[in-house]
Design a protein around this ligand. Structure first.
Ligand SMILES: NC(=O)c1ccc[n+]([C@@H]2O[C@H](COP(=O)([O-])OP(=O)(O)OC[C@H]3O[C@@H](n4cnc5c(N)ncnc54)[C@H](O)[C@@H]3O)[C@@H](O)[C@H]2O)c1
Length: 342
């Protein structure tokens, strides 16, 4: 049995507690939060779970094997490092850290101590994204030409992070998982419409050596909630609409082809293919539940999680590059070429 302590019971923390409590092979022992009212809520709902306002009490508890961190990003490094140094496996919320330097230090510490470090890039554990990855990996989509995402709503304004760090972070992790390739350059534009607050909308473009291009439109100031991704391939195309209660993924057998026939040279050489559309069956399990089981399995087997510290680091590097580009009004930032993901 893996005993888990959870730090942070704000907006996201309760989802971790609820899912990790139900995860086979795991037991939630303690929850820490600075706010005593949050701890009262824990006690009412889960009377057997201990609570504390002092996170070090949880970190130093010898009965706790793993620590999950769901506090604001600015505190992730300090809390995760303290937990690793105390010999605990760590689950840290996205984005992993504020800086790539901090992310590298956490990876080194976890590797040196042979501890599991998982970053909660939740979308990777959804049935929809796993199905998209399966379709891409099988070659059914053909060569990936583009990924185009809209992630907008009247969002919770964050104090410590901009909209790229809050929302585009999901696209960065999904792209990493789908393409298994790191972008070579990024360009972003964005705005903060309220003085003294982080940027509340951004348009981010990612360029890949393979010729694929990725784009994310992220916005906390939209009147409606839209969560849509288009993934265009040379053979097929996918529409993923996360707001649909069912049939979130639709695969379209549509595209164009060019003829090389010299007889056709003076005629229109493009042919349109408009075939069937179908909605594949998806695993509708809650992503955090799947991720919780994966975390426990990785601890038991000493394996690296799918969303390990390295994926977390690649995402933080993209946030840094996209944010610099945005502050330079779209200046292209070239990234250290890493080719296929390690
Ligand atoms: N995976 C996802 O899809 C997803 C969704 C939402 C939020 N998140 C992430 O979860 C994290 C938390 O976000 P949130 O929206 O829940 O924030 P929040 O501000 O609502 O909650 C944070 C909680 O942490 C507590 N806290 C802060 N510092 C602490 C410390 N040192 N010790 C103990 N408690 C402390 C606060 O009192 C608060 O209750 C962020 O990293 C965010 O990006 C992830």
């Amino acid at each position: 049995m893996i005993n888990i302590g959870i730090i942070g019971y704000g907006y996201w923390g309760p989802n971790l507690v609820r899912n990790l409590i139900e995860t086979p092979g795991a037991s939630v022992r303690m929850v820490a939060d600075l706010d005593s009212r949050k701890l009262q809520a824990v006690q009412q709902r889960y009377p057997t779970v201990k609570t504390t306002q002092v996170f070090m009490e949880l970190v130093n508890d010898p009965d706790i094997h793993a620590v999950a961190i769901a506090t604001p990003v600015s505190s992730h490094f300090e809390l995760a490092m303290a937990a690793l140094k105390a010999g605990k496996h760590v689950w840290v919320e996205k984005p992993m850290t504020e800086t790539s330097v901090q992310a590298r230090r956490l990876i080194d510490e976890a590797e040196r101590r042979k501890l599991v470090l998982i970053v909660d890039h939740t979308f990777i554990y959804t049935g929809a994204v796993r199905k998209m990855q399966e379709i891409v990996a099988s070659g059914e989509l053909g060569r990936v030409y583009y990924y185009d995402s809209i992630r907008v709503n009247l969002g919770l304004f964050q104090r410590d992070v901009n909209v790229i760090s809050d929302l585009a972070v999901h696209d960065f992790s999904i792209l990493d998982f789908l393409l298994n390739e790191h972008p070579v350059a990024v360009s972003a534009s964005g705005m903060n419409h309220f003085q003294g607050t982080p940027e509340n909308l951004a348009y981010v473009t990612l360029f890949y050596d393979s010729g694929a291009i990725g784009h994310a439109n992220v916005n906390w100031l939209a009147p409606v909630k839209v969560r849509q991704i288009l993934l265009g391939g040379s053979k097929k195309m996918i529409l993923y609409d996360d707001m649909q209660p069912s049939e979130k993924i639709k695969v379209y057998d549509r595209g164009i082809s060019f003829t090389d026939d010299p007889q056709e040279i003076y005629r229109l050489r493009v042919g349109y293919r408009s075939g069937d559309m179908w909605a594949p069956q998806l695993d509708m399990s809650e992503a955090l539940r799947v991720e919780g089981e994966h975390f426990v399995k990785c601890i038991d087997a000493g394996q690296r999680p799918i969303t390990d510290g390295r994926l977390g680091l690649r995402v933080v590097e993209l946030i840094e590059a996209a944010t610099s580009s945005m502050r330079g009004r779209g200046e292209t930032m070239h990234l250290l070429h890493q080719g296929k993901n390690s």
